[in-house]
Ligand binder design. Structure first.
Ligand code: AMP
Length: 509
């Protein structure tokens, strides 16, 4: 029988989980290494690909052939070039791999931790752009997985609410600080009904930034002792920095022998030194927590519980900050690396009840999820600017941020001039409520030919429908002629799918 699984496709680490016979989520280990979380690193060999910790090791000798943090590129039209060892804008000439192809290799590796996986639920950040969601769907298709997407904080809530002894009720704040990203979501939980209220975050804030600060401290101290700098681009020193950071989560001080150009030196780093080195990141974290509360129009006292997600929440100062702002300690004792994958496995079970036994069905029953749209989705229109006394193009919001999903919203516009031949139908996405076209992303754009003899003021309507999966369907319609342009923001890049799949003919280790 084919299985359903949940997958956390993370920036630095990924994990896969399934429901055990009693309906409890269980993280699957890599059968070879025994690791429960897999480093999201991909090494491209001659005719094989290595995914995970070994790929990271290979980067010491072949740095250009190893891809890290592909998740950050999912929203971009880029290609990873093995000859230059970086992502480059896709101009159609560069040889290499798309972010969706690289992610598909990570998915294929995870899928092989068990047998007969056909269906999966993959988690994505609440603030993942439309293009990044499409690229994730494409990656799944490339690895022959039939998938649904769920937002990471929602998956975390599902996991926490399924744990024995934890009862989530009222408003909860999900604090997710991983290796590369930081997200805060506020949700309202009533029994097994989860309503997301808002999400805010920073795509470039995480444990790896803290590793860099430790490396910087090591460098300064080495230079002071020996008079010469260490090579801060040396990957093995990054590993040492990460190790020191992790030890400082339980110890007040760590001593390490650092090899440098002037021989070894014993260097001490204290927790206090580490904390002050990451001060600007901590301030950003505080600011984003306040912003999330403001957006949700809530005070800290209105939040019943804080749920932790991501490895970097093990840093003591991080939980202290949470305690200070929320005036209450977060829930402890949950494996923060696995919460998202486990929640995804629960959701996969809910969505595929026909594949569950009766105990599993009972365990995952009655969960209801309501997510929100995390961006402003709009369209470009032309309006008369009275100040400039001319026509200008502006962005007009169709679906406001934090609108509950699923939703369908129609806005009415008009044909601009007599005998207008066509209308440019564009779908835009922005983090703020922007009118200025400079600050928005155009995520789809197609023309619609109008009927002959269209008149100024003829009605034209735009309908955006957004499902819980995060997929949007947009209809642009000239009302009188019923001529339509439909834009479906589902998987697919401009590349040929068959070609993408054929160029992935590798053995995966
Ligand atoms: P995630 O992306 O959620 O898997 O989180 C990975 C990040 O968590 C990496 O940057 C790790 O270095 C960091 N991390 C894991 N364990 C600890 C720990 N005990 N103390 C500090 N950071 C940690």
């Amino acid at each position: 029988m084919s299985k359903v699984v949940g997958i956390d496709l993370g920036t630095t680490f990924s994990a896969i989980a399934e429901l055990d016979d009693l309906g409890n989520p269980e993280v699957l280990s890599d059968p070879e290494s025994g690791n429960r979380i897999t480093r999201s690193a991909v090494y491209f060999g001659k005719d094989k690909v290595i995914v995970g910790e070994k790929a990271r090791d290979a980067s010491i000798t072949s740095p250009k052939k190893v891809v890290f943090k592909v998740k950050r590129e999912m929203e971009n039209e880029v290609i990873y070039s093995l000859s230059s060892g970086e992502f480059k804008e896709d101009d159609g000439k560069i040889k290499g791999y798309t972010p969706s192809q690289i992610s598909s290799l990570i998915l294929s590796k995870l899928k092989d931790y068990t047998s007969s996986v056909k269906k999966a639920v993959i988690t994505v950040p609440a603030l993942f752009a439309e293009r990044a969601r499409s690229a994730t769907l494409e990656a799944a298709k490339l690895s022959k997985l039939d998938i649904e997407l769920i937002n990471e904080p929602t998956a975390a809530v599902l996991h926490y609410s399924n744990l024995p002894g934890i009862s989530l009720n009222g408003r909860v704040l999900i604090f997710d600080l991983g290796g590369g990203t930081f997200d805060i979501t506020i949700a309202s939980v009533k029994g097994k009904k989860v309503d997301v209220i808002t999400s805010v975050g920073d795509k470039e804030l995480g444990g790896e930034d803290f590793d860099k600060e430790i490396l910087d401290l090591l460098n300064k101290k080495y230079k002071k002792l020996k008079g010469k700098s260490i090579d801060v681009n040396d990957r093995s020193l990054f590993d040492v920095a990460e190790k020191i950071k992790k030890l400082l989560s339980t110890k007040e001080k760590v001593s390490e022998i650092i090899e440098g150009p002037k021989g070894p030196a014993k260097i001490d780093i204290s927790r206090k030194e580490f904390e002050s080195s990451i001060d600007t990141y901590l301030e950003k974290i505080k600011m984003l927590m306040e912003e999330a509360l403001e957006r949700a129009e809530l005070k800290a006292s209105n939040i019943n519980q804080t749920l932790l997600v991501g490895g970097s929440t093990r840093i003591p100062i991080v939980t202290e900050i949470i305690k200070k702002i929320m005036k209450k300690a977060p829930i402890k004792g949950v494996n923060v690396d696995e919460a998202v994958a486990c929640g995804a496995a629960i959701y996969a079970g809910i969505q595929n009840k026909d594949k569950l036994n009766s105990a599993q069905k009972k365990a995952v029953s009655k969960v209801e999820l309501n997510d929100v749209c995390n961006f402003y989705m709009g369209t470009l229109i032309i309006v008369r600017d009275p100040e400039k006394d001319r026509y200008v193009e502006v962005n007009d919001v169709v679906i406001p941020r934090d609108t509950k999903l699923p939703c369908s919203i129609t806005k009415n516009y008009q044909v601009l001039v007599d005998d207008q031949k066509k209308i440019d139908c564009s779908v835009t996405q922005s983090e703020g409520e922007e009118r200025d076209v400079e600050f928005i992303n155009i995520i789809a754009n197609e023309p619609l030919e109008l009927r002959k003899g269209a008149k100024q003021g003829d009605p034209f309507k735009v309908t955006y429908s957004y499902d819980l999966n995060g997929s949007m369907h947009c209809i642009f319609e000239e009302v009188k002629s019923k001529k339509k342009q439909e834009l479906n923001l589902k998987p697919g890049t401009s590349k040929d799918f068959k070609e993408l799949r054929e160029s992935l003919d590798f053995d995966i280790e």
